[in-house]
Design a binder for this molecule. Structure first.
Ligand code: SAH
Length: 353
């Protein structure tokens, strides 16, 4: 059975064969612009409502739903048709409501410090499985309007390019979200960044850098061995030039690993020519990585060092850490991810928990 948001408009029209033509628009807008399930579309006759609901069951089955930060952060754990599990996080801020969506069950990128990477890759999510996470968040955000979508949950968006881009087009064209409020985050897949540069929708791009010398980045973000910093910088420059958008760089500060003055200096060399904005995140704890995040005063000092050498930098407030909903903590299991085979290797200079 198709997931409601995997259906194209043509497929919906086929499903509604024999109904008046305007039903297609009604149902399409009901699903997308209003984020309603067929059974809630009171503008439809009851019989049609029921048969549509049966034909289009939700793709996401709620396993658990937890809140934190005084109700301002919600994390869902979903089970999919094949029992694969993913998570979605909704965050309320004074000026915006943001949902963080997953694009894959698990992740193949194997970043050491990330709970999803520690768990390994299961499968790509479909376009509909991605869009439905946003629809659910829209419903839960009410009466506020969901304004922002960040593709920063489980998985590597640019490794699942076509389905992710399909979701972007649907969110923008059918759900009314501005492209400027959609952010794709990547570990640095150069071919994907180049494809993105050729798209016409100006979405935001965030690159998870975490190290600006190849030796350290090879360790922290293994895909760097395939796409080293020089190639990544070139692709980022092409993206900035083509899109006219400002690039974001994500930097999870790891105590004694990438939070020294020399790290700030290297980061500046990478970030300045791109005019990039740096988001600093103190590393969140994960079961498979024994190094701690930088203390708060070090995080502030790192930001100040960057600013002093001409780099725009801000510290990102952590959300949902006590329900394992913070950056890098999504593992889609109640028990936490398995510790990687072979154990973990401590980096020189790193302080263990
Ligand atoms: N694969 C994409 C999307 C995941 S986004 C990417 O890497 O960008 C998740 C963000 O959280 C990335 O910037 C990632 O590097 C960061 N992250 C991963 N583990 C983390 C941790 N333990 N603490 C803080 N940030 C982490």
């Amino acid at each position: 059975m198709p997931a409601p948001y995997d259906l194209t408009r043509q497929e919906l029209a086929r499903l509604l064969e024999g109904e008046p033509a305007y039903r297609v628009r009604q149902v399409w807008e009901g699903l997308h612009a209003r984020a309603r399930w067929p059974e809630e579309m009171t503008e439809l006759p009851a019989g049609l409502r029921a048969s549509l609901q049966a034909a289009l069951p939700a793709a996401l089955r709620e396993v658990s739903r937890r809140t934190a930060d005084g109700g301002r952060t919600t994390k869902w754990l979903w089970s999919l048709h094949d029992e694969a599990r993913v998570e979605t996080v909704l965050m309320h801020y004074p000026d915006r409501v943001t949902v963080c969506v997953s694009t894959q069950a698990g992740c193949a990128m194997a970043c050491q410090f990330c709970a999803t990477g520690q768990a390994g890759f299961q499968r790509h999510l479909s376009e509909g499985e991605i869009v439905e996470q946003v629809a659910v968040a829209m419903r839960a955000a009410r009466p506020r309007r969901l304004s922002n979508v960040v593709f920063m949950g489980m998985g590597e968006p640019l490794a699942n390019y076509d389905r992710v881009w399909g979701a972007v087009v649907r969110l923008n064209g059918d759900m009314g979200l501005s492209a400027r409020h959609l952010t794709l985050s990547t570990v640095g897949l150069v071919p994907g960044i180049r494809r993105l540069a050729a798209e016409t929708l100006p979405v935001n791009l965030a690159v998870s850098l975490h190290a600006a010398n190849d030796t350290l980045r090879d360790e922290l973000v293994p895909i760097n061995r395939r796409y080293p910093l020089a190639a990544l910088a070139e692709a980022c420059a092409a993206y900035v030039e083509a899109s006219g958008r400002r690039l974001s760089i994500e930097w999870a500060l790891i105590d004694g690993v990438n939070d020294r003055s020399s790290d700030a200096a290297e980061l500046a060399v990478f970030a300045r020519p791109l005019g990039a904005h740096v988001n600093l995140i103190p590393l969140n704890p994960t079961p498979g990585y024994p190094v701690v995040g930088s203390p708060a005063d070090r995080v502030r000092r790192f930001r100040d060092e960057l600013r002093a050498i001409g780099v725009n930098a801000t510290i990102r407030a952590t959300r949902g850490a006590d329900i394992d909903a913070a950056c890098g903590q999504l593992a889609a299991s109640a028990a936490g991810p398995p510790v990687p085979a072979g154990g973990v290797r401590l980096l020189p200079g790193a302080r263990s928990r």
